[in-house]
Design a protein around this ligand. Structure first.
Ligand code: PLP
Ligand code: SF4
Length: 348
């Protein structure tokens, strides 16, 4: 395995808040910024329409991030203990996550990897990456590799190319996935050159991360179109966030809007119990209500799975609204309109 030199892209517009702290941050958020890095791309910053709107809340530091009274684990999913080599998480039998970057175009205030992103700690050195490749090579049961971080698309094109090439060279790796928020936070990064690289490594899936209909803009649409036209299937993972997208109407518009730009809603995530993010958490019933209000009312293609990633590294579980009542061979099933219909089951 050759050495992969990991370089980040240089992009003037990604250090907006780092350079302009006094411009937009209230003094009360300075202690927050010193604990959890702040970065907002100029593009994303310009999407803010009002103080405290859904865009603002996702990117502006909030004093509530320092409240550790509810959950105080930086890593409730125990990703560290599931790492046989640094930067690689092996939780499920046939697939692994590798954290190839610790940077993002913006640091989302609700991030589940708040412990890591934007810190100097690089999740993966070159020798870590080489060890990760060795680990995957020697575990033939691994056929799905997910690049995550941080944001993998913060790497420059040639670093990304080397990483993908090394993974594709492993015979039993069938699928490569990239998790990235770049189409939402720095859409100009999705260039024809990047797409030309990605398309060489198919089947390659991208899961992006839209949380609000206001994030579907001309620029983010262009980024997604470029990727789709390069033959890359796009999925979306949304995090359910209090005060940002915890309403049926917003979710309906978001999910339908995503289908309109050829992005398939994949997961709706219940917030993880990560330190510094408690103020974004909604009760599980909120997610279930949203799913009930989507299912049947809009295209099934637009309805994501609502998942909880269980603490302790136990994995993701999809939760469904309780719409079945079993009485022997008779099932009472509630339809999307609320009607109860009897379904005659077979008895074994
Ligand atoms: C979410 C996740 C995956 C991928 O799960 P899918 O349900 O296949 O999308 C793989 N590994 C880890 C550690 C994860 O957290
Ligand atoms: S882009 Fe993803 S990894 Fe980066 S801060 Fe936002 S949620 Fe976290």
């Amino acid at each position: 395995m050759g050495i992969v030199l990991i370089q980040y892209i240089k992009y003037d517009h990604i250090t907006y808040c780092e350079k302009n702290l006094n411009l937009d941050l209230k003094t009360s958020s300075y202690p927050v910024a010193s604990r959890y890095p702040v970065r907002i791309s100029k593009y994303y910053f310009d999407l803010i329409k009002d103080e405290n709107d859904a865009i603002w809340k996702q990117c502006m530091p909030d004093i509530q991030e320092l409240d550790d009274s509810c959950c105080n684990s930086p890593d409730p999913l125990e990703e560290k203990s599931l790492s046989p080599v640094p930067g690689l998480i092996h939780r499920y039998p046939d697939r692994v996550v590798i954290l190839v970057s610790s940077r993002c175009a913006m640091y989302c205030r609700f991030c589940m990897r708040k412990r890591l992103v934007g810190t100097d700690e690089n999740p993966m050195s070159e020798s870590d990456f080489s060890n990760a490749v060795d680990y995957i090579s020697s575990h033939t049961e691994i056929n799905d590799v997910i690049l995550s971080g941080g944001d993998p698309l913060m790497l420059d094109d040639s670093s990304l190319f080397s990483i993908l090439k090394a993974l594709r060279a492993i015979q039993h790796v069938k699928l490569i996935r990239i998790g990235t928020r770049i189409p939402v936070t720095l859409p100009d990064r999705v260039t024809a050159g990047l797409c030309a690289i990605l398309r060489k490594f198919q089947p390659l899936y991208i899961n992006t991360h839209f949380n609000h209909p206001d994030e579907i803009t001309e620029s983010s649409t262009t980024a997604c179109t470029l990727l789709s036209d390069s033959g890359i299937p796009l999925g979306n993972q949304t995090v359910l966030l209090k005060g940002v997208n915890d309403s049926v109407e917003i979710m309906r518009n978001l999910m339908k809007g995503l289908l309109g730009i050829r992005v398939k809603p994949y997961y709706l995530h219940q917030m993880d119990l990560v330190q510094g993010t408690a103020h974004f958490r909604t009760p599980v019933s909120t997610g279930l209500k949203i799913i009930s209000a989507l299912r049947g009312h809009i295209s099934g293609l637009a309805v994501p799975h609502f998942v909880i990633d269980l603490p302790g590294g136990k994995g993701k579980v999809a939760l469904l609204p309780n719409d079945i009542n079993i009485k022997g061979s008779k099932l009472l099933i509630r339809t999307y309109t609320g009607e109860e219909v009897v379904y005659e089951d077979i008895l074994e």
